[in-house]
Design a protein around this ligand. Structure first.
Ligand code: FE2
Length: 241
């Protein structure tokens, strides 16, 4: 029996041991991040990229809990965004990369981080470039303006017509996003937005949960009537593309 137990132990522990070995670099990386700010976030001063990711992960991981509050999360993530040190060397490479996108006449996307519960990307707009009306079903978004000026319009979905791709959208805000300002959306509020840059603009976006195949498939683009629906203030008819 002892012999059986010993073999059993070897058989079951080997994959576990290998698994731990493979996980070690990730665990070490996490520990490094946590230690980057001595495990604490100063209430005033700037936080570095690693400490920022550690804190966002901690907040975004709560999304699977029954009492998850998207509103509370976006508020915390927005506060973390506002504290992020954009001069952190970890972001240098990303900002350098954005130079390659200059003059290509389209909005540029750069992935900065992707984890199980969130992802962070950078977007670059040149003057007049825009991302037209689109939604983020089941997702939250927190957007920091790192540099530049861009108009952001947010909408709530009011309802849809039966057997039709037509929907009614209510414009809930039109804001000018400038350096250091943050814009947020939740799955229920402000989930549809449009962005148009007034000059060269770089944004850092956190999505929680992150995009996956299903979320990307469920996302929609909208053609929005320029005139309000039947004269209603800030309500527009739109068609899902
Ligand atoms: Fe978006």
């Amino acid at each position: 029996m002892d012999d059986y137990n010993r073999r059993q132990f070897i058989r079951t522990s080997l994959p576990g041991f290998l698994g731990l070995g493979m996980a070690l670099p990730a665990i070490t990386a996490l520990a490094t991040r946590a230690n980057a700010c001595h495990g604490r976030i100063p209430s005033d001063g700037k936080i570095n990229w690693d400490a920022f990711l550690t804190e966002v992960e901690k907040e975004a991981a709560k999304q699977h809990l029954d009492n998850w509050s998207e509103q509370a999360y976006v508020k915390k993530a927005a506060a973390l965004m506002a504290q992020l040190n954009l001069q952190d060397p970890a972001l240098e490479e990303a900002f350098k990369n954005t130079k390659k996108g200059l003059g290509n006449k389209r909005v540029d996307f750069y992935k900065l981080e992707k984890q199980r519960v969130f992802e962070v990307c950078m977007l670059q707009f040149e003057q007049g470039e825009q991302i037209k009306h689109h939604d983020h079903p089941g997702m939250t978004g927190v957007i920091l303006c790192a540099t530049g000026r861009t108009d952001v319009w947010n909408y709530d979905l009011l309802g849809k017509r039966n057997d039709s791709k037509n929907v009614l959208l209510k414009e809930t805000s039109h804001a000018l996003l400038t350096k250091g300002k943050v814009s947020t959306l939740t799955s229920k509020e402000r989930n549809i937005h449009r962005l148009k840059a007034q000059n060269l603009t770089q944004l850092i976006d956190i999505f929680a949960p992150p995009y996956n195949k299903e979320r990307a498939r469920n996302s929609s683009w909208f053609n929005v009537d320029p005139e309000p629906f039947q004269g209603y203030n800030k309500i527009y008819e739109a068609t899902k593309r």
